[in-house]
Design a protein around this ligand. Structure first.
Ligand SMILES: Nc1nc2c(c(=O)[nH]1)N[C@H]1C(S)=C(S)[C@@H](COP(=O)(O)OP(=O)(O)OC[C@H]3O[C@@H](n4cnc5c(=O)[nH]c(N)nc54)[C@H](O)[C@@H]3O)O[C@H]1N2
Ligand SMILES: Nc1nc2c(c(=O)[nH]1)N[C@H]1C(S)=C(S)[C@@H](COP(=O)(O)OP(=O)(O)OC[C@H]3O[C@@H](n4cnc5c(=O)[nH]c(N)nc54)[C@H](O)[C@@H]3O)O[C@H]1N2
Ligand code: SF4
Ligand SMILES: [Mo]
Length: 745
């Protein structure tokens, strides 16, 4: 007997609908859900292997505790929570709350636990030492949007299905399936753009899959996108091409200051540094200005660079000045179905990292500061690390030193289903159940989506009685952090969280409710509990919601439960000025914090074009990977070796390296050995190594990944090389030296 179930894929930002065939509790087949209102049957190789991932025998099903002999052994949930409680309380008592650091990994945006129950945990821990994968990823975009639009979550996305000209800098959506840009089947959508006569321009030092199929590919020098974007702005001004979207006219401030600041960046001035001809830059500006519907989009290759925030800012500046922000076919703001709390105007730097001075943004400190927060003695020194769905030892800079620093902590707690490079240091590992046992709804990605879509997936399988859901794990940790001792009453902790949300909704002028009594909202969603209660509150208070009876036929969680293929809420519509949260209620094109970074960019103009012998390292992704945790799936691990150093034949010849040789790569902070693979897809002077590998460290329990462990590229990334505005790590554009390994073939 088999049955069919539907669930949104949690593996990447595309949010495809999966059609799962199950025999008992085993997934026997995965197809794209042809009736999914958004993904319409699309599926990538990772989604197809969802069943294999879920059934991985290396996945932990019971907690682990480190015993007296230092071994990680199975334990009961009660014992695991006891251990956390006793030791966490001791650390906090002796050293204060800042002695506990929290690291939140990428999958938190892909789970309801992460989206709904991490905030209570952060509050309960009460530490300033909160870190996440954002600061090795998209933080610069949050900061630039926070400054421009007043809301770090107001991130405009390319309206791909209606645009005529799309310019992508530093993104490879044909492989990544899009990021800060939720659109299932981006490969198909990109093809459709070109079929209807539109153009795709890709700016990337590497001829990626996306670049290879583009109408134009500009192989820019890494780290120079901000210069190129500044020259686009310069051209728009110089040629009198600035044209604001009609409805934005009265809502844009700072144009004069912006243009004055960017005056030095003529196409001729930036061309040698970017290695993109001045006339090509000029023509691109003209094309963008002339197109009815056009959009510029920048992704990881723009954010994880020395000018990450400035580049992210200028992407939106170009969209505004060419008349393409907040209009169909341009860069648009989605309107998700759930209520998003009213935000006061964005501020950052509310506190700084004790050890590095780097600023707080969106409630976190940059993860490059984590090692120093652990190693620098004094009040507030980090002595405990709690990780939730994260693997910083592989994913963040200067890994060898971070790894050693974590090994020296008093206590490490990991909420993770694997014994990874990071959780192998844990004193307690708390494994979440598999995704099949958990409900799902994408809240974060609904805010980044090219159509407004709402999609709820109930759990496919009932939770085994002896296992807590992940949100229950996080609530238990929250209660412990607040001083409780196990056994924790999860139901009352959950009721407390729900009550707080209801209180916030009645106080929020933008929530769709006239109630002034939180209890009335809670009555309306009774008898739901857990994430479903919170979701029902958020959806009913949201822009399409029933407003708890205020709007007939408005959305409720019940409606979503009755729609296993999702509910389509239509194409994106203009949202300015509603979306703006700046104090001025205008788009602030020239925020002081970004103008302050311009002199540093001017100084870049003086850097000579390139040094013949120098080599910089950039990353790359592959369809078969998902950061650090997909390599244990046999179906994804097999096939051609992925963790190789891509190198241009010219650079190889200069160093006497041939295809298949083992090379030693040295950076300022580390050295690794890796197999060389020659390719003309890279521009000379640039080498590329994927991240997420290095699964051969002692203690890692990933039996498949261990067979082809690869090397950890972040052993090469310095932790003091950052985009200073946001503190985000430089992961693309690291200076390296390369030689034949002594042991090389
Ligand atoms: N050099 C270099 N470094 C990079 C990048 C790069 O391009 N180059 N990319 C960066 C980017 S964009 C990102 S997002 C980060 C990612 O950085 P991280 O988020 O730290 O790393 P992941 O590899 O995503 O690890 C996720 C962890 O969560 C666990 N996990 C998976 N699902 C769940 C779940 O449902 N619940 C729980 N509790 N755990 C779960 C996995 O077992 C794994 O240990 O890496 C960054 N690092
Ligand atoms: N298959 C797969 N898909 C994924 C992931 C995965 O690991 N595997 N990870 C997911 C995550 S967490 C994220 S954040 C997204 C990332 O999504 P993307 O940003 O689309 O993915 P990347 O492949 O990192 O693309 C970055 C591109 O920037 C280029 N680049 C490097 N330096 C520069 C530069 O200085 N300037 C310019 N213009 N380009 C530069 C690189 O060559 C690369 O092609 O992917 C997500 N999807
Ligand atoms: S594209 Fe992303 S969401 Fe879609 S099936 Fe693949 S991994 Fe899952
Ligand atoms: Mo990411």
């Amino acid at each position: 007997m088999t049955r069919t179930a539907y669930r949104t894929c949690p593996l990447c930002e595309a949010t495809c609908g999966l059609e799962l065939t199950l025999a008992g509790d085993r997934v026997t087949h995965v197809r794209g859900d042809a009736d999914d209102v958004f993904s319409r049957g699309y599926l990538c190789p990772k989604g197809a292997l969802f069943g294999e991932l879920e059934a991985d025998p290396d996945r932990l099903t019971r907690p682990r505790i480190r015993n007296q002999q230092g071994e990680l052994v199975d334990a009961s949930w009660d014992a695991a929570y006891e251990e956390v409680s006793g030791r966490l309380h001791a650390v906090v008592e002796a050293h204060g709350r800042d002695a506990v650091a929290l690291y939140l990994g990428n999958p938190n945006v892909h789970t309801l636990a992460g989206q709904l129950y991490v905030r209570p945990l952060v509050k309960a821990l009460g530490t300033r030492n909160v870190f996440s994968a954002s600061s090795v990823d998209q933080l610069p975009k949050h900061v630039s949007c926070g400054l421009l639009f007043g809301d770090p979550l107001a991130i405009p996305v390319p309206d791909i299905d209606r645009t005529d000209l799309l310019v992508i800098l530093g993104g490879n959506p044909r492989v990544s399936n899009g990021s800060l840009w939720t659109a299932p089947d981006l490969p198909g959508r990109l093809t459709a753009l070109q079929r209807r006569g539109g153009r795709l321009v890709v700016i990337d030092p590497r001829r990626t899959r996306t670049a290879a199929k583009a109408d134009a590919h500009l192989a820019i020098r890494p780290g120079t996108d901000a210069l190129l974007l500044a020259a686009l702005v310069h051209t728009l001004a110089a040629e009198d091409l600035v044209r604001l979207p009609d409805h934005l006219g009265g809502n844009v401030a700072g144009i004069d200051d912006l243009l004055a600041a960017l005056n030095p960046f003529t196409p001729e001035a930036v061309a040698p540094r970017c290695d993109v001809p001045a006339d090509v830059i000029r023509q691109l500006a003209r094309d963008l200005a002339a197109a009815d519907r056009a959009c510029v989009y920048g992704r990881l290759g723009t954010t994880t660079t020395r000018f990450g925030t400035t580049a992210s800012w200028l992407v939106d500046v170009v969209n505004v000045l060419t008349g393409h922000l907040d209009v169909p076919g341009g860069a648009m703001f989605p309107l998700p179905a759930h209520h998003r709390p009213f935000r006061r105007p964005f501020r950052m730097g509310r506190w700084t990292s004790r050890a590095t001075g780097l600023p707080e943004a969106i409630g976190e400190l940059p993860v490059v500061a984590l090692t120093d927060e652990m190693l620098t003695p004094g009040e507030g020194q980090v002595r405990t690390l709690v990780t939730v769905a994260g693997n910083p030892v592989i994913s963040t800079p200067d890994s060898d030193r971070l790894d050693a620093a974590i090994a020296g902590l008093d206590l490490v707690v990991s909420v993770d289903q694997y014994v990874t490079a990071t959780s192998r240091h844990a004193d307690v590992i708390l494994p979440p159940p598999s995704a099949l046992h958990r409900a799902h709804m994408d809240l974060a990605f609904a805010g980044l989506s090219v159509r407004n879509v709402a999609h709820y997936s109930p759990p496919v399988l009932p939770l085994p009685t002896d296992r807590p859901d992940e949100w229950e794990i996080l609530l238990t940790l929250s209660a412990i952090a607040l001083g409780a001792s196990p056994p924790v009453d999860v139901d009352s902790a959950d009721a407390f969280v729900a009550h707080q949300l209801a209180e916030a909704l009645v106080a929020d002028p933008t929530a769709a409710t006239d109630e002034d009594d939180a209890a009335a909202l809670l009555d309306a969603v009774a008898p739901r509990t857990g994430p479903q209660r919170l979701l029902d509150l958020l959806v009913r208070a949201g822009p399409y919601g029933d407003g708890f009876g205020r709007r007939d036929g408005g959305m409720t969680l019940e409606q979503l439960e009755a729609a296993p293929h999702g509910i389509d809420l239509g194409p994106l519509t203009p949202r300015v000025p509603d979306v703006l949260r700046t104090t001025s209620r205008q788009v602030e094109l020239a925020p002081a914090a970004l103008l302050a970074d311009v002199p540093r960019l001017v100084a870049e103009l003086e850097v000579s074009g390139c040094d013949q012998d120098s080599l910089v390292l950039i990353g790359r992704r592959h369809l078969r990977t998902n950061n650090s945790w997909s390599h244990n799936v046999p179906g994804l691990a097999k096939g051609q070796k992925l963790c190789t150093l891509h190198l241009h034949p010219t650079d190889a010849a200069m160093r006497g390296l041939r295809d298949g040789d083992t090379a030693t790569i040295r950076s300022r902070v580390g050295s690794i050995e890796v197999t060389v693979e020659l390719t003309e897809d890279l521009r000379p002077g640039v080498a590329s190594l994927p991240h997420g590998f290095g699964h051969d460290l002692d203690g890692i329990e990933l039996s498949v990944a261990r067979q082809e462990p690869g090397v950890n590229s972040n052993r090469l990334s310095p932790r003091d090389e950052v985009d200073p505005v946001s503190g985000t790590a430089v992961l693309n554009g690291i200076h390296i030296e390369l030689s034949r390994a002594p042991t090389g073939a």
